[in-house]
Design a protein around this ligand. Structure first.
Ligand code: NAD
Ligand code: UDP
Length: 324
């Protein structure tokens, strides 16, 4: 295979997908961005439209599509709890039927497929930090299940197509990732806190704020994803990608207040059902096989994200499109 490849990025207009498209274009690849714009908008990829090696297709991954490609990064799926719970049936369809459709394409084209899985496959973990060998504690009937179980089923499909049809697959389990181009109204904790702090609004702490998350800056994450795709066929994952730096939600709120210089007050709201109490990736495998570990500390990544959120016009962003 030549070093220039035809690469499909599903969910390519989203927060992570748009950065991935950029990085792949910079490496000279032909990139097809496929998206239905459920949780994103064209502005994320508008600057790429003039690049001769970039192509945009508006399409829903739950429907089959015939393309000729060498590699597929499968990112299409709403990722923020508010977005994926908006239409949970559609979320499950997107993960499961989306995986079947890209795997069918990969089988036909002999393409390699990387699945963007998630730390949510570990549910509310009782092993800490979480290694890939940990099988997780997921509630299959709760409000997060459409996402968690959809992603678990997608992992299953990846492995079954690999064993049964010899499709060349990769699975990355992504832990909370943040950065510029997150949807400002996605309800995720980083975007919420920064937006609230910049507007002088109350910072909404769910529960008592003692739950933890480990936050990875998007550039680090994208680097890990590309290394996994380009890496040896002997290591297909699943591999955790995330920053092991673990913070309570209260610590995050205080850091955002400090970095924005905001006078916003902390207010406490009820904890959503099944909200995991702790989360931290064990990245031993990523270090060993991909020689990857995150380089951008939370403080630095937050500064870049704050700068970006200050620069955008919130009027240009809307909540997800009804999608029944
Ligand atoms: P995002 O919502 O910005 O991106 C998802 C993209 O997929 C959007 O552009 C959306 O319009 C598109 N999409 C949704 N349903 C689709 C469908 N049926 N057909 C075609 N396109 C569809 O979220 P993100 O943070 O960029 O997440 C990208 C991927 O990474 C997702 O699969 C997500 O589950 C995974 N992930 C992200 C994180 C994180 O912290 N950002 C953590 C774990 C996993
Ligand atoms: N959270 C919060 N206030 C907010 C948004 C989120 O306290 O305004 C909490 C949420 O309850 C969770 C953590 O922040 O414990 C991370 O939430 P997010 O939606 O970003 O991602 P999750 O890791 O839960 O998928």
């Amino acid at each position: 295979m030549s070093s220039i490849r035809r690469v499909l990025v599903t969910g390519g207009a989203g927060f992570l997908g748009s950065h991935l498209c950029e990085r792949l274009l910079d490496r000279g690849h032909d990139v097809i961005c496929l998206d239905n714009f459920f949780t994103s908008q064209k502005s994320n990829i508008a600057h790429l439209l003039d690049r001769p090696n970039f192509e945009l297709i508006r399409h829903d991954v739950t429907l089959p599509i015939f393309l000729e490609v060498d590699e597929i990064y499968n990112l299409a799926c709403p990722a923020a709890p508010g977005h994926y719970q908006y239409n949970p049936i559609k979320t499950m369809k997107t993960s499961v039927m989306g995986a079947i459709n890209v795997l069918g394409m990969a089988k036909r084209c002999r393409a390699k497929v990387l699945q963007a899985s998630t730390s949510e496959v570990y549910g509310d973990p009782d092993v800490h930090p979480q290694p890939e060998s940990y099988r997780g504690v997921v509630n299959p009937i709760g409000p997060r299940a459409c996402y968690d179980e959809g992603k678990r089923a997608a992992e299953t499909l990846m492995m079954d197509y690999h064993r049964q049809n010899r499709v060349n697959v990769r699975i990355v389990r992504i832990f909370n990732t943040y950065g510029p181009r997150m949807h400002p109204f996605d309800g995720r904790v980083v975007s919420n806190f920064i937006r609230q702090a910049l507007a002088g609004q109350d910072i909404t702490i769910f529960g008592d704020g003692s739950q933890t998350r480990s936050f990875c800056y998007r550039d680090d994450l994208i680097e890990g994803m590309i290394r996994m795709m380009d890496g040896s066929d002997d290591f297909i994952g699943p591999v955790n990608l995330g920053n092991p730096g673990e913070f309570t939600i209260l610590e995050l709120a205080r850091l955002v207040l400090e970095l924005t210089g905001s006078q916003s007050k902390l207010v406490y709201r009820s904890l959503p059902i099944d909200d995991p109490t702790q989360r931290q990736p064990d990245i031993t495998l990523a270090k060993k096989h991909l020689h990857w570990s995150p380089t951008i500390p939370l403080r630095e990544g937050l500064m870049k994200t704050i700068e970006w959120l200050r620069s955008i016009d919130l009027e240009h962003y809307r909540p997800p499109t009804p999608n029944y």
